[in-house]
Design a protein around this ligand. Structure first.
Ligand SMILES: Cc1ncc(COP(=O)(O)O)c(C=O)c1O
Length: 403
């Protein structure tokens, strides 16, 4: 069958291989819808955020790198939906995510041939994922957490409709181990899912997995699932000599931390690691995205994986150790300076949270302090400079004297 030649003056061109693929659909729209109107507003916001960051001492978010190196990646539809070990068929950074997970699995002594994990949207999702696993293992389990746990635990207990009990803590935020032991005894052999905070949100107290495991052993409790919520200290304390162990060297089942706390990712995220291959009952095939649906969320941010990868490859263990050391040093300094000025404070070993009497509303607002009842706290993370801390403490001393 032959083709008749076209009667038009337009003639087909012979096929040649494109020498270079140029794909830039963004450029057309950038020209078509210029950003000029936004510049002033964004400039003002930028100034405001610099000013707020210079007085940001009350919440646990480090400021380490500016991540400009990643700016070019914001234009892509990066989505790590599904299991990072079964990269979906779209645009994703699952290779980078796995590198991050492998790095932290090494730090926390988890053999990924047996274990699993993923980058979550934050500490709350990580806790929820872990506790779902615990409940799947023991459907009748009682969820146990301390009164100093993050508020996400109450929410999770409610969402999962799990019977739960709250363990009281001492005035300085430490877990009341006697009360914990008596709750285990009251279970009468019923299984439990336990959440321990390393450390607690307000005081930064460490709820020691080793001590809790001892109690479980003494009480003959064999059916338990132990999750360690190391939201702040997770990527920090493994680098500090003498810090208590809270990882998979102990018979824990899962461990999580937030990416935006000690590591200061500008986009909130978290990481959860667990002791077994993914086996949640909700996991299904997610065929249309080409992955396996083993995570709590559907679409997952893949830029966070790049940010965490940038952090671990630039800082490495040494950098993290230095920053952790510096953070603990500043907390020790703050305690000394406050006590020298006659101000009582609470500070736990290996902690970078310092709790003191609540100052005036104006001072608390200026320094964005986390407050609770009569108390307030600061968190001396990277990004809180010595000069900043000294200025704050000088103002706090004057403020509390004037109260
Ligand atoms: C101990 C603890 N767990 C969980 C969370 C929740 O983390 P996220 O805000 O990332 O959900 C926090 C947050 O402060 C926390 O302190």
């Amino acid at each position: 069958m032959g083709c008749e030649s076209s009667p038009l003056s337009i003639q087909p061109r012979p096929f040649t291989i494109a020498s270079r693929v140029t794909y830039n659909p963004w450029a057309t729209n950038d020209q078509r819808y210029p950003a000029a109107d936004q510049e002033n507003r964004l400039h003002d916001l930028h100034e405001q955020l610099i000013e707020r960051s210079a007085h940001y001492i009350g919440f646990p978010n480090s400021r380490i790198f500016d991540f400009k190196i990643l700016a070019d990646f914001l234009k892509f539809n990066i989505n790590n939906i599904g299991d990072p070990w079964h990269p979906n068929s779209g645009i994703n950074t699952c290779d980078f995510e796995r590198e991050v997970l492998e790095f932290f699995a090494g730090i926390f002594h988890l053999d990924l041939n047996q274990g699993w994990g993923y980058i979550t949207n934050g500490g709350t999702e990580s806790n929820m994922y872990a506790i779902v696993r615990g409940r799947d293992a023991y459907p009748d389990a009682q969820l146990i957490f301390s009164e100093e746990s993050h508020y996400s635990l109450t929410k999770i207990a409610h969402l999962l409709r799990m019977p739960h009990s709250v363990v009281p803590c001492h005035a300085d935020g430490k877990l009341n181990l006697e009360a914990f032991a008596s709750q285990i005894k009251d279970l009468n052999g019923k299984p439990c899912v336990i959440n321990l905070s390393v450390g607690t949100t307000f005081h930064g107290a460490i709820e020691s997995p080793a001590e809790v495991l001892n109690i479980l052993d003494r009480q003959g409790c064999k059916e338990y699932y132990l999750h360690v919520d190391a939201a702040l200290y997770g990527p920090m304390l493994p680098f500090i000599e003498g810090a208590p162990s809270f990882d998979f060297q102990l018979p824990i089942h899962s461990l999580s931390f937030s990416g935006h706390k000690f590591l200061g990712t500008p986009i909130p995220c978290g990481l959860v690691l667990c002791d077994r291959k993914q086996d949640p009952r909700f996991g299904s095939s997610a065929e249309y995205v080409g992955s396996v649906d083993t995570t709590l969320s559907g679409s997952r941010d893949g830029v966070s994986a790049l940010i965490l990868w940038t952090l671990i490859t630039r800082l490495k263990g040494n950098g993290m150790a230095e920053l952790a050391q510096q953070s603990l040093q500043l907390a020790e300094d703050a305690v000394l300076w406050l006590r020298d000025a006659g101000i009582e404070c609470i500070h736990h070993p290996f902690g970078n949270i310092v709790v003191f009497p609540r100052p005036s509303v104006d001072l608390a607002r200026k320094w964005q302090l986390a407050t609770r009842g009569d108390l307030a706290h600061i968190v001396t993370l990277p990004g809180v400079t010595e000069a900043m801390l000294k200025t704050f403490i000088t103002e706090l001393i004057v403020d509390l004297k004037n109260e």
